[in-house]
Design a binder for this molecule. Structure first.
Ligand SMILES: Cc1cc2nc3c(=O)[nH]c(=O)nc-3n(C[C@H](O)[C@H](O)[C@H](O)COP(=O)(O)O)c2cc1C
Length: 359
């Protein structure tokens, strides 16, 4: 498989110039109200300019109270459209396909940030302290959240984005619906995996209703998260149900695509049979070199997703034309990261990622 080849999304006809995908990366550069900063636009535009086929924004919250951390990008209000439009037109000049990642923190949208008790499909307590971590969602609130997701997608389309990525991974609200430990509901949103999938299903259906035919809908999930009760078996069922829907890309968040599962299997290959030809398959996690990207595609991925390597090496997609390309690994100096157009705020944030920034 050749990562430099173009890809046409079968259902929409939109074309990616190559198989490199910049995965969503939170970077804390947005303003307090969720509007975009020039720093955020600069960092993403550099990756579009330097050759990424698909550029995904940081996770951005669809409801005001779904905010998970300071400096998070927002898509919950029409006030965000102006900044989104500026970003979309800046990216578009460089020919990438551009997606906004949309999410809600659920129980990971802390009281300290939003001043309200976080929500979750089911009530969550800290077992040892007895402290209330999250209250359970009422049915009408669930329906409102579904609308919040699709309203956010519509804003992204109005701003000129090619599509959105629904963030169903990493233990945020959609994952909390999928997980057995965070979703113990007895209604139509809980119980069987079909019911736990219902929230995500309704979100996709609602997005399709509010956006036009050409709009790309990608969905990202985690294959397993033991802390909230997401198993590989359930995720395979979710993948099958997702791929029967009108989506354009299935994105598996592996963290380590090289992890060896029982029987010598890997995650990308395990999920491949459930993703039909008319849906693009992206996989992400620990890809660094051309050899890694080729290996990932040999496992069945159409797109090689990367995050950390693209922070230091914005022109990573260009490197893929050399078989031996394997760029420098962390730690990086602050100067190296500034040269890659990270603002001081983003560089400070990266010091929290162990070993990434030189002391
Ligand atoms: C700084 C940073 C921020 C991230 N933020 C997000 C995010 O907002 N949404 C998301 O789905 N994943 C996020 N991730 C996970 C990445 O998209 C990716 O899946 C992960 O880093 C593994 O890929 P890598 O080994 O190429 O870095 C983040 C990763 C990093 C390093």
């Amino acid at each position: 498989m050749n990562p430099n080849e173009g890809f046409v999304f079968p259902k929409r006809g939109s074309k990616s110039k190559n198989r490199s995908l910049l995965a969503a990366m939170t970077n804390k550069q947005s303003h307090e109200d969720g509007t975009l900063s020039n720093e955020e636009i600069t960092w993403l535009t550099r990756r579009a300019k330097d050759g990424f086929g698909i550029v995904t924004t940081a996770a951005s919250h669809v409801s005001q109270l779904g905010k998970g951390w300071i400096g998070e990008m927002g898509v919950w209000s029409d006030n965000h459209i102006e900044g989104l439009t500026k970003l979309a037109s800046s990216l578009k000049q460089h020919g990438s396909l551009n997606l906004v990642q949309i999410f809600h923190g659920g129980m990971k949208a802390p009281f300290e940030i939003n001043n309200v008790i976080p929500v979750c499909p089911s009530k969550m307590m800290n077992e040892s302290t007895g402290k209330l971590l999250a209250r359970d969602l009422k049915t009408d609130e669930i329906h409102q959240l579904i609308e919040d997701f699709s309203d956010a997608a519509k804003r992204c389309e109005d701003a000129g984005f090619d599509g959105i990525e629904v963030h169903g991974a990493h233990s945020y609200l959609i994952s909390q619906f999928l997980g057995l430990k965070t979703n113990r509901r007895k209604d139509e949103f809980g119980g069987s995996i079909e019911n736990r999938f219902r929230f995500l299903r309704e979100i996709i259906l609602s997005i399709r209703k509010k956006t036009s035919d050409g709009f790309l809908v990608a969905v990202r999930i985690s294959p397993k998260i033991s802390t909230i009760g997401i198993t590989l078996e359930d995720s395979i069922e979710v993948t099958k149900m997702l791929c029967e829907m009108d989506i354009d890309m299935f994105h598996l968040s592996c963290w380590d695509a090289f992890e060896e599962l029982e029987g010598g299997q890997n995650l990308t290959k395990l999920f491949k049979p459930y993703v039909p030809e008319n849906i693009a398959y992206a996989s992400t996690g620990a890809i660094w070199s051309t050899a890694d990207a080729k290996w990932l595609m040999d496992q069945g991925a159409d797109f090689a997703g990367v995050a950390r390597v693209a922070i230091a090496h914005p022109n990573w997609p260009q490197g893929l034309s050399e078989a031996e390309y394997s760029p420098k690994r962390p730690p990086f100096t602050r100067d190296e990261l500034a040269a890659a157009e990270l603002s001081p705020v983003f560089i400070d944030y990266m010091t929290m990622w162990k070993g990434f920034v030189e002391d």
